[in-house]
Write a protein that binds this ligand. Structure first.
Ligand code: NAI
Length: 386
């Protein structure tokens, strides 16, 4: 009964000629959210909006409009909340921090699904090509955490280049041997630094690096920056990826995960990096080959690797990126996926999610920047050249 009512409600929504009619007809949708468990922290800190406990602040608003709202962190395996509830859900919300992986198999089961909403930036957890085929929209809160990530990228570069982690560990151990740290510590000043992807985050990284007086700023992206923008940061474009990495002391990855970037940084490409270069990846873990990166850090081909994104999240205990070290015992700046989920960012992506849902319910056009997959397919140019 409920499903039938919902289905006809949505049919009505599509054909409705006025917003008021749409609003009325879109009551009673089933909306599910996969968020991360916040535990005591979420109980004590209500601004942890991206958690199961605080539900993006959406429950009172959604329920006041007659929608059903189910929230869980349970997303893996055949009996998970996600598998069971996607079957008749109208909308799925998830964050990239604890992503509900909406693969083709799951999409095929999702009989009523009209939209996947990413509370954050980066919608690769949805099989986008399958979503196009099924006519499911994929919407995200574009721009909501790009400054948060850009700051984290610059911090990660400093953490690696200045050999910060082993220095801090030495202090905690009660030791003091400056030479053991200083023999692998450098300045950011004078380095050649390049970003793979010069979109919202990549460009903000370049802007933030400029005051450090790098030797050169480079970028690799199939979309050239507008001339004025590249001039403003003094960044040059390199069109061949191997040539690009061979010029950089530090490489940062700021491109989405798609067919063209999955496993992009592998043993073959790592051979073309400058020996002893640093690599920072806050884009997506699967852009880098986990084993190849760990081997490159171990051999010293990479002096260090830092980031917050992992090919599987939560990362298993035995993941090589948790433990990899360079030959001098440093070079690991890995943290859990949190660069884009600062409290400031959570406020922005929670508000943005509400706006996307509100537009969806009333039939108001979405902000074009938020539409990854629209009714007619890919609307973004960021997920590969098509
Ligand atoms: P954006 O769409 O503004 O920019 C992405 C840029 O990457 C575009 O200029 C695009 O042309 C370029 N690109 C795409 N494929 C490429 C390829 N094969 N080679 C080189 N460049 C390529 O996206 P934005 O906002 O800068 O975000 C980028 C990614 O960062 C997101 O897709 C997401 O995966 C990740 N992210 C991570 C967060 C975190 O918490 N760690 C938070 C937010 C985003």
């Amino acid at each position: 009964m409920f499903t039938a009512a919902r289905t006809s409600a949505f049919t009505g929504l599509r054909n409705a000629s006025t917003n008021a009619f749409r609003q009325q007809q879109s009551r009673g949708l089933k909306i599910i959210a996969i968020l991360y468990k916040g535990g005591d922290a979420a109980k004590q800190e209500p601004r942890l909006l991206g958690t199961v406990e605080n539900e993006l602040g959406l429950r009172p608003w959604l329920e006041s409009q007659g929608h059903e709202f189910l929230v869980s962190d349970d997303k893996e395996g055949p009996n998970s909340f996600l598998q069971k509830n996607i079957v008749d859900a109208d909308v799925v919300i998830t964050t990239p921090f604890h992503p509900g992986y909406i693969n083709a198999e799951l999409l095929a089961k999702a009989k009523n699904l009209k939209a996947c909403v990413t509370a954050g930036v980066g919608s690769d957890h949805v099989d986008l090509n399958a979503a196009v085929e099924k006519g499911v929209e994929v919407l995200e809160v574009t721009g909501s955490n790009v400054t948060s990530v850009a700051e984290h990228v610059v911090m990660s570069m400093l953490v690696l280049v200045r050999n910060f982690v082993p220095a801090h560990e030495m202090i905690e151990r009660g030791d003091w041997q400056v030479s053991d740290i200083a023999r692998n510590a450098f300045d950011l000043e004078g380095k050649v630094i390049g970003t793979i992807g010069a979109g919202r985050i990549g460009y903000r990284v370049l802007q933030r690096l400029l005051p450090f007086s790098p030797n050169e700023l480079l970028y690799y992206d199939y979309a050239a920056l507008p001339e004025e923008a590249s001039k403003a940061v003094g960044a040059s474009r390199v069109e061949d990826l191997k040539e690009f990495v061979s010029k950089c002391d530090i490489v940062t990855v700021n491109a989405p995960l798609h067919e063209g970037t999955r496993n992009l940084i592998n043993a073959d490409l790592l051979q073309h990096f400058k020996p002893g270069a640093w690599l920072v990846n806050t884009a997506r873990g699967a852009i880098c080959n986990a084993e190849d990166v760990a081997a490159a850090v171990k051999s010293g081909q990479l002096r260090g690797y830092a980031g917050d994104v992992w090919n599987v999240q939560p990362a298993p205990k035995e993941h090589p990126w948790r433990y990899m070290k360079n030959p001098l015992g440093g070079g690991n700046g890995m943290v859990p996926h949190y660069s884009g989920t600062t409290l400031d960012a959570q406020k922005r992506y929670a508000e943005g999610t509400k706006e996307i849902l509100s537009n969806f319910f009333t039939g108001k056009p979405q902000n074009p920047a938020n539409v990854i997959i629209g009714r007619k397919g890919y609307e973004t140019k960021s997920y590969g050249q098509r």
